[in-house]
Structure formats: C-alpha cells, structure tokens
Design a protein around this ligand. Structure first.
Ligand SMILES: Cc1cc2nc3c(=O)[nH]c(=O)nc-3n(C[C@H](O)[C@H](O)[C@H](O)COP(=O)(O)O)c2cc1C
Length: 351
C-alpha cells in the first residue's frame, strides 16, 4: 500500500500487478459532485494497455468499480474507493526474476527490502499497472478542476531526441489525439523511434511536459509548503519518473538574470509576466501564469536484449533474457497519468 497525505486530500493506492485486483482511495474529495464517468473512462482508455502496437500486449478492460463515496451517482464526501480487476496475468513469465533481477527495475531493491517475499509477478506493487486507479481518482479531480476553470494538459515534449513544440505556445485539447504530441509530423517521427527500439529488442525514454492553465495566483507557500515540492513528491510517485523540472529548470544555469527574469506587465487589470521561466511558481506560490513543468521518464527497464545481472541464489555474475509483455516506451501511456496526478495536487490547493 502506498499513501500520501496532502493538505486537504489523501491518496492511497493498493494491489499488485498480478493480484486479483488493484485499487485506490481518495479522502477529502468534496460532496455533491456528479461522477463524470464518461470523461474518467476516456482518460483510463488513454492509459490502458494493449491499445496499439506501441504498448504492451497485456489486455485489460480496466473497468472501475466504485465501492464507497458515491450515492446515486454523486460524491458523498466519504472516502471514495475504486477497485479494478486484473484479468490478463501471465505469471509464469516472471518466475526467473526472483533469482535474476532486471537491471534498472525494482526486482533487486524489493528483494532486499522485503527479504525476497515480494510478489515479483509483473513488477508486483511497483508495476505501472498501479497507475490505473491513480488515473481514475486523478481524472475525477481533473473534471472538478475543469468546473473551476482550471485545465490540466500534458504531451510528449521529447522522445529519443525528437522534440515537439511547447505546450505553452498552444492551448491544446490533446486528450483527443491518438498519439500525444502537438505536432503530428513530430508525433510520427516519435512513433518510428518507438517501433525501431521495439524491433531492436530495446526501449526509449523521453520528457513529458505538463501545464495547469488558469490556476489563480497566491496558492502554495514558502519553503516546505511550496508547490514545487508538493507536486514533485506526487510526480516521483509515478514509476519510471527520474527527473522533474519547473519552468526553465536546469536551463537557468545558462542564463543571465536579465534573460531569466519574468518581467511583469498589466493585462486588462491582471498582473502577468512576459515570459514564464519560473513555471508559474514564485517562492513556492502560484503567480497566475500557467504552472508548467517537465518530467523525465526513463527507457523501459524490461528490454528483450540479453543483459548482465547477478544470480541472487548463487551469488555469481549471470545473464538475463526476459520474457513477459512490456511497453517499448512508457511515455505514451504515462501522459494521462502525469495529467491525473497533477490534477490531484492542484485540486488539493484549490479546496
Ligand atoms: C504506465 C506505465 C507503464 C509501465 N510499464 C512498464 C513495463 O512494461 N515494463 C517495465 O519494465 N517498466 C514499466 N514501467 C516502469 C516501472 O514500473 C518502473 O521503472 C520500476 O517500477 C522501477 O521504478 P523506477 O523506474 O521509478 O526506479 C511502467 C511505468 C508506467 C508509469
């Protein structure tokens, strides 16, 4: 079970990739909100495995069953719990990973932490599958944010060196696109890179850019109350996220103050900035500009090329060729996950 307490909301995620079911609980969600099931299912479909040739061929229906917190289709204010059945496990594919941990996956660290009693099948509690309940609960938050005038959107900014336009140049409705890149030509190039990696028994990583538009100024706080820290702890909770960068981030190291500073101006009675190098956050507090950040997702650890590892039983160096079904690139399915976890963080500040 994984749990995080925010200021107003709390989030708990439980289950394992090959357990009978997985699920999540959100507390603090306001009462009286009609469950927007159609919109939530749309987001869940964007994350669902087996949708195209770019994703793992594990086929799951991902039908959410809400078992508390809803009465007559409306939130009651009680903890909202969702369950999702696992129906398409191939557990035998994973038997050798108990002895031969996959490089870059959690097999070795989980073995040490849980003395070898961890469920390794499909990555167990560390699996990307655990992001399905996150998407259900986060999409619910996203729909409530929409009512409050806040839009959260993400896309693949960079994949294997191929770069898309920035989200900030373009107010998008990317959720409707089959591949989450703004520029279709760039999207096609990204697809080719994923297919090439897959054909080469390899994987690719990249960068997801996300923004929350129309967040009011003044939310957050200094030091450890800051929005960057709070959001980062949610974002790093998503498997395979290895970097988070707000606004210009590490790019600040190459700028002078005169280039980096976001100068203010008045726009119809509203204070705005000409640029948004600070990603909409100053002193941990929203400035009213889009909250904008990038998330680096590593190449999928499970690749079909033979790799060097250690045999935990014999204590000797060994080789590993994996079986099982894996995404050659995690980013495509991670885009809605990043949107939804961000929506949970943003709603927490607005409540
Ligand atoms: C949507 C999604 C799908 C994923 N699919 C896979 C996969 O098919 N194979 C794999 O090795 N890792 C996959 N991962 C990533 C692993 O779960 C993750 O790399 C692993 O737990 C180790 O954690 P870390 O990379 O955060 O250190 C996926 C992650 C997400 C968010």
């Amino acid at each position: 079970m994984s749990h995080i307490d925010l200021k107003n909301l709390s989030l708990t995620i439980f289950g394992e990739s090959h357990s009978p079911m997985i699920g999540g609980v959100i507390t603090g969600f306001p009462s009286g909100f009609p469950l927007p099931m159609e919109a939530i299912l749309k987001d869940m479909n964007r994350r669902k495995p087996g949708q195209n040739r770019l994703s793992t061929q594990r086929r799951e229906e991902d039908i959410p069953r809400v078992v508390s917190g809803i009465l007559d289709g409306v939130t009651t204010g009680a903890p909202l719990c969702v369950l999702i059945e696992n129906t398409n496990q191939h557990s035998k594919d994973y038997s050798k990973l108990k002895e031969l941990p996959r490089p870059s996956h959690s097999d070795y660290t989980a073995f040490v932490k849980y003395s070898g009693f961890n469920d390794i099948r499909g990555g167990g509690h560390f699996s990307g599958r655990l992001t399905a309940p996150i998407v259900f609960l986060g999409s619910l938050c996203k729909q409530l944010l929409k009512e409050k005038g806040v839009a959260v959107s993400a896309h693949i900014l960079e994949l294997d060196g191929v770069r898309d336009r920035s989200l900030l140049e373009y107010l998008p409705s990317l959720a409707e696109k089959s591949f989450p890149a703004i520029d279709d030509k760039t999207g096609k190039e990204m697809i080719q890179r994923i297919e090439a990696a897959r054909d080469n028994l390899d994987s690719v990583g990249g960068v997801i850019e996300c923004a929350a538009f129309h967040m009011p100024a003044g939310l957050g706080g200094p030091l450890f109350e800051g929005m960057e820290g709070r959001l980062s702890s949610l974002l790093y909770g998503i498997p395979a996220v290895k970097g988070v960068e707000f606004g210009t981030g590490f790019g600040f190291s190459r700028q002078k103050g005169s280039e980096a500073n976001d100068e203010f101006y008045m726009d119809n009675g509203q204070i705005k900035t000409y640029t948004n190098h600070n990603g909409g956050i100053l002193g941990g507090i929203t400035s009213g500009m889009p909250v904008n950040f990038k998330v680096c997702i590593k190449p999928t650890a499970s690749i079909y090329k033979e790799q060097r590892t250690v045999n935990l039983k014999t204590g000797k160096n060994d080789k590993l060729s994996i079986e099982g079904r894996h995404d050659p690139c995690i980013l495509v399915r991670a885009v809605p996950v990043i949107e939804c976890i961000t929506a949970i963080g943003m709603l927490d500040y607005l409540l």
